[in-house]
Design a protein around this ligand. Structure first.
Ligand code: HOZ
Length: 394
């Protein structure tokens, strides 16, 4: 595979951009090769600067559930472009977006749009602290909630009921919020157990702490109503990103009216953003969400393709719907400790081999990969065929 132009661009990029990338994992450091620089994308494919074609399972890290350059999103964006790209003022699009999300996700009574998942989790935690007038936050090992520093944090073990009980017994009255990825996607895919999430709901209510679901990755991905609809658990606040932007930069957080009304201009918690509710992002996101809502068979289609892929792989896999990971470990992966036992070396070898054969996977053992509506049955078969030539069990 010729990567001459990508290599040249990577050298150039490193002169001006730290590590040559705007998000660390994209440097392919764990894989030990230079990254392909992507020139364009269409449907299930991405094409690099040297003209190499890949079947894309990174899906821009989740947002591209309908595939790249979906005609409906493209058309909507083209129309919006005629009307201007940013006003810094309220729009009809924002009202429609808020209306649609609150309709699909019943725990969300009010929602505030921001520009990234990081901003959503950061703002939701500030809000939780103000609402409860408490300072402590509980998060879970291996969960990722963006790159901001969460102050006053205790890190508990994921899927460990005894540990969370211990934490609450010790300082329950000071805990403002528990934030969790209900299906973790940043140590590879690791779903929370039903009884663990139920315990979290129960214990947060008992101590009047807020339960925040980080559904940046799972929202509108694992089901239209996100992970909370699968587990049938209502968090107090939910953070979104990725899919709700239809491929443009976006984030949002929402939840109970009483809590959300603490935000300025109604309440004392100030939070603002020049590009929040940006009309292009709202247009792309709204088009994607409407399309998903009007075509519920999309989730059946995603499930079928993902299931077919999983059953053909004969590997250690965690999967929820169209979000999955292949773990290079002999043991089940259910928390951060078990995830860390995976062989990153074997994953690197596998990922490199798959890339050479035209299958574009996340360049890290600890990222999820995604099936999109644009993947065809043939794409899935090609994955399986290339996998047979690349896979080495731990
Ligand atoms: N690592 C983040 C996703 N889990 C962001 C990846 C990227 O956009 O480079």
């Amino acid at each position: 595979m010729n990567l001459e132009k990508s290599d040249q661009l990577f050298s150039e990029a490193q002169k001006y951009i730290p590590g040559g990338v705007n998000s660390p994992v994209r440097a392919f450091k764990d894989i030990g090769i230079n990254p392909p620089f992507i020139a364009r994308a269409e449907g299930s494919r991405v094409y690099d600067e040297d003209g190499n074609e890949y079947i894309d399972f990174v899906s821009s890290w989740g947002p591209m559930i309908l595939g790249h350059n979906h005609p409906k999103i493209k058309e909507a964006l083209q129309s919006q472009l005629e009307l201007g790209t940013s006003y810094g003022a309220p729009t009809d699009l924002e009202v429609k977006m808020a209306g649609l999300i609150t309709e699909i996700v019943p725990s969300v009574e009010m929602i505030r749009m921001v520009n990234s998942g990081t901003e959503a989790t950061m703002s939701s935690l500030r809000l939780a602290k103000a609402y409860t007038k408490r300072e402590k936050v509980i998060k879970f090992a291996g969960n990722y909630h963006g790159h901001h520093v969460i102050e006053n944090t205790t890190v508990a073990n994921y899927n460990d009921i005894e540990d969370i009980e211990r934490v609450f017994q010790k300082s329950g009255e000071q805990i403002a919020a528990v934030i969790i990825e209900p299906i973790a996607g940043n140590m590879g895919v690791v779903p929370a157990r039903q009884d663990f999430l139920e315990k979290l709901r129960e214990i947060t209510q008992k101590y009047s702490a807020l339960l925040i679901f980080d559904e940046v990755m799972t929202g509108f991905r694992v089901a239209l109503g996100g992970a909370q609809s699968i587990y049938n658990i209502k968090p107090d606040l939910t953070c979104f990103g990725k899919i709700i932007g239809g491929g443009l930069p976006v984030g949002a957080y929402g939840g109970k009216r009483e809590i959300m009304e603490m935000l300025a201009p109604l309440g004392p918690v100030y939070q603002a953003g020049t590009l929040s509710g940006n009309p292009l992002a709202m247009t792309a996101g709204l088009t994607a969400l409407k399309f998903l809502k009007e075509n519920p068979d999309i989730y059946t289609n995603l499930e079928q393709k993902a299931k077919r892929l999983q059953s053909g792989l004969d590997a250690n896999i965690n999967r929820v719907g169209s979000m999955m990971s292949i773990f290079f470990s002999d043991e089940p992966v259910f928390d951060y400790e078990s995830a860390k036992k995976c062989s990153t070396k074997l994953y690197a070898k596998y990922c490199k081999s798959m890339l050479k054969k035209g299958i574009y996977l996340p360049p890290s053992q600890f990222e999820a990969f995604f099936i999109s509506y644009a993947h065809t049955d043939e794409d899935i078969e090609l994955f399986l065929q290339k996998n047979r030539e690349s896979y080495e069990k731990k």
